[in-house]
Design a protein around this ligand. Structure first.
Ligand SMILES: Nc1nc2c(ncn2[C@@H]2O[C@H](COP(=O)(O)OP(=O)(O)OP(=O)(O)O)[C@@H](O)[C@H]2O)c(=O)[nH]1
Ligand SMILES: Nc1nc2c(ncn2[C@@H]2O[C@H](COP(=O)(O)OP(=O)(O)OP(=O)(O)O)[C@@H](O)[C@H]2O)c(=O)[nH]1
Ligand SMILES: [Mg+2]
Ligand SMILES: [Mg+2]
Lengths: 282, 295
């Protein structure tokens, strides 16, 4: 930002432009600008661009406090596996993100299982199987077109038998507007709990950083359908800033955990509020 | 809706003789808000609002017409106009059966290219063409298998050479195979890639130079936000696109990316994806998407 001096009209307009173009909603942008004005009020001396970045970070700090960076598969008290269900709309990066999280687990020596819960899309099972092999995780599948809930039920029984420590359940991409598919997801959650009380221990909603305002609808509908415990933002290695995350964190009590920054199993990072704010500020 | 907001605003302006800079100010703010909410790019929103203002200011309010309706009509008309194809400069999407057609698909990761490949094959088969799906995604796990299953489900042949052969070679061999096996249209599915990945963009240029496609589709996700202009511009500037398929329009994304992409590339949206099945493909209707964008 070529900003200097005070928080004048021109500076505010440039800030607005940067935030809006980063996919921060108009409402959240106004909220942030109002906070920045309040922070700057009474500061008489001219602001350097660095000062302005600090004021911005200060203004979004409360929103970004809604973060739970990282992934911690805490062993459940019953000694069973830590179960993570991964959900989200089509193409967001669920399957690839599971691969990345699986790698973290297997690298840490945890016995990991991947469950091919997408029984619908062409070659979805084969795709996850490749990742299971590459990351050294166990793999459970069912014939194409099988009932996903039934598969999860059986897979968790297997996981308990095998002494799996972490289980990732991949689900089919689904648009939140499709009520039958959302009902199916709620059913999968219920069935998982039937097999393992307390499971799924985490349900992570994967969001694509290139998504605009529709991400808010996705969070709203998915979290009304299943208990979403965390968010993951993928494809931040592109040019999209993922600013809608600020609007989401401001409205929902669901923390951001991890970010995807590429297509290989190593391309997973803990969410870093400072880096996120800097990238958005431009 | 925007229409309702206009009604509210103009109720206060009863008895006005014409649309003025002053009396449409509030309405223009609402238009700006609606378009940003719909994911239309920030700079394009600016351009759009100033064009509407230009058209509207000074217009006499037609006798008996509600000024809100009149302004809404101007907004809607301008939105449709901006998204419509331009007959003089567009390359129409048309395939000629029994003539060699080469169609290349490109776009960001997860946009829906492989799925669109099957849908498009199904569509042109109805026009009498004999498509051959070409598996050029040698990177994504089971991508070739995915295309094979897509083709298999449609009874359409899929040409692949595994993941160890460079895509350049794959398209060359595909063309040979097509000629020998009487298939007239190559539908080339490529790997998703970032427009800022130089190596991947060069690969795409290589495929384009080798096969000289008759039509290049940018496949873009309808829920894409402000970033839509960045990727679309790069793909168009560096590779060249002829038309766009906007996918996942069966969701509730407003689809402002349609306007942004058209505005920044000048290329028309030709198709929209409205589901995951091979039949879920429709022609793009600018008036329908305009209504959706305005909300
Ligand atoms: N550049 C980049 N690409 C990613 C990232 N995460 C996933 N992808 C790519 O996005 C595409 C879709 O990823 P998938 O893991 O298949 O997405 P999905 O949500 O499982 O898709 P569906 O199961 O079809 O709904 C693939 O090409 C991935 O390689 C990321 O962080 N960065
Ligand atoms: N609801 C809906 N889903 C779609 C549509 N088009 C594609 N999909 C889904 O979106 C996801 C991604 O589709 P793909 O065809 O694998 O996308 P891609 O662009 O080939 O992905 P990469 O090769 O990884 O870049 C899949 O789950 C598809 O079923 C559509 O129009 N509507
Ligand atoms: Mg998947
Ligand atoms: Mg693909």
């Amino acid at each position: 930002l070529g900003i200097s001096g005070k928080l004048d009209e021109e500076t505010i307009e440039e800030l607005e432009a940067a935030l809006l173009q980063g996919d921060v909603s108009a409402e959240t942008t106004q909220k942030i600008i109002a906070r920045m004005k309040a922070v700057v009020k009474g500061r008489d001396k001219d602001l350097t661009p660095e000062d302005l970045l600090d004021v911005f970070k200060e203004s979004v700090r409360e929103i970004l406090a809604n973060s739970a960076p990282g992934f911690e598969p805490v062993p459940p008290p019953d000694g069973g596996p830590y179960v993570v269900m991964v959900v989200g709309v089509n193409g967001a990066g669920k399957t690839t993100t599971i691969a990345k999280m699986a790698k973290r687990c297997t690298d840490a020596g945890l016995r990991t299982m991947l469950v091919a819960g997408d029984t619908f899309r062409a070659a979805a099972v084969e795709q996850l199987e490749v990742w299971a092999t590459r990351t050294g995780a166990d793999f459970v599948r069912a014939p194409h077109g099988s009932d996903a809930a039934a598969l999860c039920y059986d897979a968790l029984a297997k996981a308990r038998q095998r002494g799996s420590q972490v289980v990732f359940i991949d689900t089919a991409g689904r648009l939140h507007t499709k009520s039958t598919l959302m009902d199916e997801l709620a059913k999968i959650e219920r069935v998982i709990a039937k097999q393992l009380p307390g499971a799924p221990h985490e349900t992570l909603l994967v969001l694509d950083a290139t998504t605009g305002q529709n991400a808010l609808q996705q969070v709203k509908t998915f979290s009304a359908c299943v208990r979403v415990t965390g968010l993951i933002l993928t494809k931040l290695d592109g040019t999209a800033k993922g600013g809608i995350l600020l609007s989401i964190l401001d409205q929902y009590r669901i923390p951001i955990t991890l970010i995807g920054v590429g297509e290989s199993a190593a391309d997973l990072r803990d969410f870093d509020p400072d880096q996120f704010a800097m990238a958005l500020f431009g | 809706t925007l229409g309702d907001k206009f009604e509210g605003i103009f109720r206060k302006l009863r008895g006005q003789k014409s649309l003025s800079e002053d009396n449409i100010k509030e309405a223009m703010r609402e238009v700006r808000m609606a378009l940003l909410e719909a994911d239309v790019n920030y700079l394009i929103v600016k351009e759009f609002v100033s064009r509407v203002r230009e058209t509207a200011v000074g217009q006499e309010i037609v006798k008996g017409v509600d000024p809100a309706q009149q302004l809404f009509y101007i907004v809607h008309k301008e939105l449709v106009r901006m998204m419509e194809g331009e007959a003089e400069t567009d390359k129409p999407f048309a395939v000629q059966p029994a003539k060699e057609n080469n169609i290349m698909l490109l776009g960001l990761q997860g946009a829906g290219k492989t799925t669109f490949c099957g849908k498009l094959a199904r569509w042109i088969e109805k026009e009498g063409c004999k498509p051959l799906l070409v598996a050029c995604d040698v990177y994504r796990p089971a991508a070739i298998e995915q295309l094979k299953q897509v083709g298999g489900g449609l009874g359409i042949p899929v040409f692949e050479m595994g993941t160890e052969t460079p895509p350049l070679k794959i398209v060359q061999e595909a063309r040979k195979w097509a000629r020998e096996n009487h298939r007239d249209t190559l539908l080339i599915d490529t790997a998703g890639r970032l427009h800022i990945d130089e190596v991947k963009m060069e690969e795409l240029q290589g495929i384009r130079d080798t096969i000289k496609p008759d039509y290049v589709f940018l496949v873009a996700d309808a829920m894409t936000g402000q970033d839509a202009v960045n990727s679309a511009k790069s793909f168009n500037d560096e590779i060249g696109i002829d038309g766009v398929c906007l996918t996942k329009l069966d969701g509730d994304a407003r689809g402002g990316a349609a306007l942004s992409i058209k505005a920044v590339t000048g290329k028309p949206v030709v198709f929209v994806g409205v589901g995951e099945k091979p039949d879920d493909l429709e022609r793009f209707h600018p008036d329908r998407v305009a209504q959706r964008i305005l909300g």
